[in-house]
Design a protein around this ligand. Sequence first.
Ligand SMILES: [Mg+2]
Length: 423
Amino acid sequence: MTRSYALVDCNNFYVSCERLFRPELKRRPVVILSNNDGCVVSRSQEAKKLNIPMATPLFKVEQLLKRHRVEIFSSNYTLYADISSRVMQTLETFSPQVEIYSIDEAFLDLTGLITAEARYDYGQEIRQTVQRHVGIPVCVGIAPTKTLAKLANHGAKTYPATNGVVDLSRPERRDRLLKITPVSEIWGVGKRTLLRLQHMGIHTAWDLSALSIKTARRQFSVVMERTIRELRGEACIDIDAQPAPQQQVICSRSFGEKISAYAPLRETVCEFAARAAEKLRHNRQLARMITVSVRTSAYSAEDPCYANSASGSLPSYSNDSRQIIARATSLLQTVWKDGYRYAKAGVMLSDLSLDSPFQPDLFDDPSCRARNTALMKAMDQINHGGSGSIWLGGQRPQRDWFMNRAHLSPAYTTRWEQLPIVS
Ligand SMILES: [Mg+2]
């Protein structure tokens, strides 16, 4: 059977979250800064038009921001993670198979769910429902493969005439979009690959889809081969083979069998946390924020429904499994409720930073950090050596530590004392 995927991606997600509670900022230029107010990580459409580049350090654009009265926010990951889980919860009602890809994107498997003719309208319904339930604008790309769904989403964002939904089920539409899309926009094509492709005269997505599989495998890798097959409409990227998102590390799965007791749910969440920590080390990154989410199935008529998530900081930027598992456990305790049959859980690590060059904070002991790094490395080697694995137990919960966030918005949705007031 031909597969069908929808990629739902929130528009300017962090900015959209801030605007939810500051509606007067609609149509005004807004930027969000990364951890410790370092770089621009999210821009509103208006800010993009002012040519404020992504990932620029604040000091370089401070004058420009002032001149245009751009509204500045520090990253409020607690807010974003909470809004994200509300978006995901809404998406779960549109497909029994929702795969959270990043904080603001999810793949919905629509295979066998709706007819080809109804797909565009289904996309519109998804958009309108997320807007109505959560207040966040999204775009929807629909296609027979994930790589094409990503491309369709890019088309929906780029061309206003699409009204936010592009369906590439028909090959003519697919080919038309492939021909006008630069190859740099294709999922998984990084900077280094891009240079090599351009050197070979491959500039559009269409050019890439026409590259022979043999050449792709010989000159690049099996990953490139998969990308090309996907561009031609042959689904071959599954959850474990897909390119990692850059701004978060996520481990989220549905369970084979529903879980109704705390101990096995904790074990599962700890395992997800350990896997996420491992991915983080593999990417040579550190994280500051962690979110744990749990939910029952949206498709079971007899079971009561419950979904919740909680976020918290790690004691400092870390990729130490022990710290990440300990925090995941303490967060799980805050969302756990007796009497439900849990169907899915997830661990997301956000507020990421590269592990080198890393600026340690005041409370960091460098010798201790070196020892921990060596320990984690040894652990990864054992766990990938095939001779069994090492399991970590829970630790004492940590308190939140201070960090520099001068422009932080309130935790509108997760702290009683910071609830927005309507007068
Ligand atoms: Mg987005």
